[in-house]
Design a protein around this ligand. Structure first.
Ligand code: NDP
Length: 277
């Protein structure tokens, strides 16, 4: 039994991640590690919400006094709608998606820490500056929406998606954006972010080897396995990273919103990689 599986003690602040499915979530491990590292008295659990029962689940948790919640697939868009207030970045992201809820006396404030987590991982952990870079985003779902506005300073951002309409819609929300199908990509990019969920089914994307160079950072938001995208990037000499750093950094940002303390993320990333959870 782990820390987050036990019933919380009286007087200890309670937090949870809500999703469906949820059993695979690494968030309890990450927040447990942050809490131990920073001496915070809190618990963090996994909560499985029925696909048609997100609103009721959150209301029940808020009523029980949970101080904060993380929200994961498929509820980030619903979470946006149930908030009493939204952070500037959740509002301005245009994502319509929220991954962090803060309960203040029964009022729910929503934020989205995914973009900050991605940028911090790419710039601080991987040492790759976004400024003035030619960026390609593969995918136009919730994750692509959530991180787009964190890429300010990029020279241009191309968005490619299986459903081209979704890519076009997303590209028009930024001044330096354009959209195209996967099949028309034919030149190298500085940074390629795979924000599709194709890796979940080990599906290869219909993308040319020509989009990679030895100066490309190929970043897959997925973590926990080598995806066909990562393998293709590696074969073509690109630098490759998975999304574990983003996961831990977005969690650190949520932890800071809840507890006012910045945890040290590197030991937590190292621990997850070492024990391959
Ligand atoms: P969504 O379901 O909202 O979007 C999925 C996207 O993937 C769509 O653009 C979809 O295209 C595309 N896609 C799915 N399957 C294929 C395929 N076989 N070939 C081509 N395109 C495909 O998911 P999210 O945006 O929420 O998540 C995307 C990925 O990002 C997931 O793997 C998720 O785990 C990861 N993620 C990681 C985070 C982290 O912290 N590291 C945080 C958030 C997400 P179409 O529109 O045509 O259907």
């Amino acid at each position: 039994m782990t820390y987050h599986d036990v019933e919380p003690l009286n007087g200890v602040d309670r937090y949870a991640v809500v999703g469906n499915p949820i059993a695979h979530s690494k968030s309890p491990f990450i927040h447990e590690a942050f809490a131990q590292q920073t001496g915070q008295a809190m618990t963090y659990e996994r909560v499985l919400a029925p696909v048609d029962g997100f609103d009721a689940t959150v209301k029940a948790l808020i009523k029980q006094g949970y101080k904060g919640l993380n929200v994961t697939v498929p509820f980030k868009f619903e979470a946006y709608k149930i908030c009493d207030s939204l952070s500037a970045r959740a509002q301005s992201s245009g994502a319509g998606a929220v991954n962090t809820l803060i309960n203040t006396n029964g009022k729910v404030h929503g934020d989205n820490t995914d973009g900050a987590g991605l940028r911090r991982d790419i710039e601080q952990n991987l040492g790759f500056s976004i400024e003035n870079k030619d960026i390609l985003i593969l995918g136009a779902g919730g994750a692509a929406h959530g991180v787009l506005n964190s890429l300010v300073g990029a020279k241009q951002i191309t968005i490619a998606n299986r459903n081209l309409d979704k890519a076009l819609q997303l590209a028009t929300s930024i001044s330096n954006g354009s959209a195209c199908p996967f099949e028309s990509l034919e030149r190298p990019y500085d940074l390629i972010i795979n924000a599709t969920s194709a890796g979940l089914t080990d599906s290869a994307l219909p993308i040319s080897d020509a989009i990679f160079s030895k100066n490309t950072l190929a970043y897959d938001m997925m973590y926990g396995r080598e995806t066909p995208f990562m393998a293709q990037a590696r074969r073509n000499g690109a630098q490759v990273a998975d999304g574990l750093g983003m996961l831990v950094e977005q969690a650190a940002e949520a932890f800071y919103l809840w507890r006012g303390v910045h945890p040290d993320t590197q030991p937590v990333m190292d621990k997850i990689r070492a024990i391959a959870i």
